[in-house]
Design a protein around this ligand. Sequence first.
Ligand SMILES: [Zn+2]
Length: 263
Amino acid sequence: MNSSYFKTFITIIILFLLSACVTNIAGRKQIMLVSESNAIESSKQAYINTLEPFKKKGQLDSNPKMVQRVNSITAKLIKQAKLKRPETKNWQWSIKVIDDPKTVNAWCMAGGKMAIYTGLINQLKATDDEIAQVMGHEISHALANHTAERMSVAMASDLAVNLYKTTIGDSSGTTSLATAAAQVALKLPNSRTSESEADKIGIELAAKAGFNPNAAVTLWQKMSKVGGGNSLEFLSTHPSPANREKALKKMIPKMMPFYQSAK
Ligand SMILES: [Zn+2]
């Protein structure tokens, strides 16, 4: 065993000893190296760091009409998220529209820090119902504590360590390994189990917020059509669980009453 392998081995052992087992809202036991409160705290700075380059180039919330549209959709979803997990009332929820027509992506960090790229809205010609499905799915990743799970993976990866090392000298002095991990986590794929959980919780949040559950199916159909050949950031971080479309279609009849009473 050479020294770098040995170091990795020791790091993994230490992380394992520090880890804890928790149960998320989907009832699944998760082994965590990072607590949810730690993930929320680190995500605050990771959010600022991730948005900073777009802000500098004037690509943040630059289209007031689009911002208003996205805000009104996410406000309804946030209301439902708070009902689903009451402690999220204390989260500092935030949504930003990133003006980047080439990127098909959206995400929600721990603690409700969200973004959606104009590329997703425009390239998919997404309806309000479909935007609600995307953001409902993203919010569900945060509700089910998937960010901390991905951060745990990121912590053990060289990517986070390298990002931390390159930013450690920056004058802001706010970058920690956990912040770096929260940034790197955005680029890591969710597990297919996490995807199924987010699909299930997301379609329900959206239906209760008054958005058509059928849009969950059309969203993923559009996504794979636009995706074919192109590399979509969204599809690389949200791998398709087995029978995603079929599973979502099966959920629709159960969701219709929520949707109809919300309308
Ligand atoms: Zn996902």
